[in-house]
Design a protein around this ligand. Sequence first.
Ligand code: AMP
Length: 520
Amino acid sequence: MTHRKAIGIDLGTTFCAVAHIDPYGKPHIIPNSESERITPSVLLFDGNTAVVGTLAKQNSVAEPEKIVDFVKREMGKSKDEFSREFGGKIYAAEELSAIILKKLKNDAERYLGQEVTDAVITVPAYFNDSERTATIHAGQLAGLNVLQIINEPTAAALAYGLDKLDQNQTVFVFDLGGGTFDVTIMRIEDRHIKMIATNGDHRLGGKDWDDIIVNLVAEEFDRLHGENPLLDLQSYQELQSRALASKIQLSSRPRTIIVHSHNGKSIKVELTREDFEAFCAHLVEKCKAICEIVLQEAHMTWSEIDKVLLVGGMTRMPMVRNMISEVSGLPLTEHVSPDEAVAVGAAIQGILSQLQEEDKGAEPTLPAETRQQFSSREGGLIQVTNITSHSLGVVLWNDSTLEEYVFPMIPKMTSIPCELKNAFGTSQANLAKVLVRVVEGESSLPSECTPLGTAMIELPPFLPKGSPVEVTYHYTANQVLEVIVDAYGKQSTATIERNVGLSESEIASATASLSLLRVE
Ligand code: AMP
């Protein structure tokens, strides 16, 4: 019997964490080969070797041109929008992410003493179709069978709720990480974890707080020495890591001093927590506004929330904690480590996915006790239901206004997986083919939505105007869309030509080329 070992991976903007479930059903964090429980999401190219983690981070100041960080912010972009060149090879965002995943896989294998075959990787709930597809590709490129892509807040709720599934409650997951912000309302009821509403800003995170300090020091430097230290990459990296350290210091101390040298000149800036909080007030306000929006979307008030679950390193910051306890009126208790909860939840989902596969006929490899632990008293597996975080639509032609508009096929907040069908009439008589344009977004104007791709179907000749073409949107558990267009016995599955860096056909050759790269 071959045992497939699954791990849970929190692929963060600034840090990653990996977890697994032991044979007794208990979750554990897997330390990396440097014995750290989290690995910085930073990579350094050194000839034929890619170094990932703390060592790369430490070198970010000395050799900034060989460094890649914050790659998560670039996921889902085409190679034209983002790529990095090292050693004559051009890397797309998902290839760089794959290198980080490879390090995590290698280290987990070394620690567990067995091959890791499968993984559940987490993404912010707000990630769209391209960002999720790019994450699946990154996992495949790293040689992992991606069992599922799950939302970070869902993972956090799973980690929190595993031993509390008998207590029905509504949980508000506030996740502020290094680069993304997510808020999600989850309901735990009768061993079923259900996502109710979600919102977020995937360009808001710890880095924005760091940048406030970076700019403050740079402006002071310019005022004193008439020179902008940020124009020099090395000086910029140096200041960035000082700013991050000072920000963390201000979480436990009332003041900090930042010293920065550049071009033989130096500066010393004192910053109090009070001033820092005043400079960052607009960022905290942004978080607060998103909390209110998600409550409105769930048709709820704070009085209906039982617990606030804090996730992400930034929730250690007093200004963030004070804001949440003020608006929610709830005590903030740490139930799970904010850095580790997401990876643990992903590992739990890994076991659930494997058990589901066994239920569908796969060879059973997990011990009977594991199944028991992850089942309800009635014997069924713990259920997790997610909802869509964006509306998915199709572009149609309005005959009366003579304008294009977006028809929402799958509205935001629909439980997934789901399948929705609709028949539309052709816009002209004798149309030779129909091009179905798939978009994502909340607006009815195509220009305000993100184009996801197209599906083409040929029609028989001499059809009158208004002849029906059936369009089916199938949204998988990974929140990746499949589109089927049906007309007159012909069926066309839209291979959505996505905007991601690598096409499906490029994945195999990219996997082979990445396998030649040494990852440490
Ligand atoms: P994550 O992406 O969840 O790992 O969050 C990492 C972010 O949390 C980074 O921006 C860190 O600088 C920040 N962070 C971690 N610990 C603290 C702390 N004690 N105070 C303030 N920020 C922190």
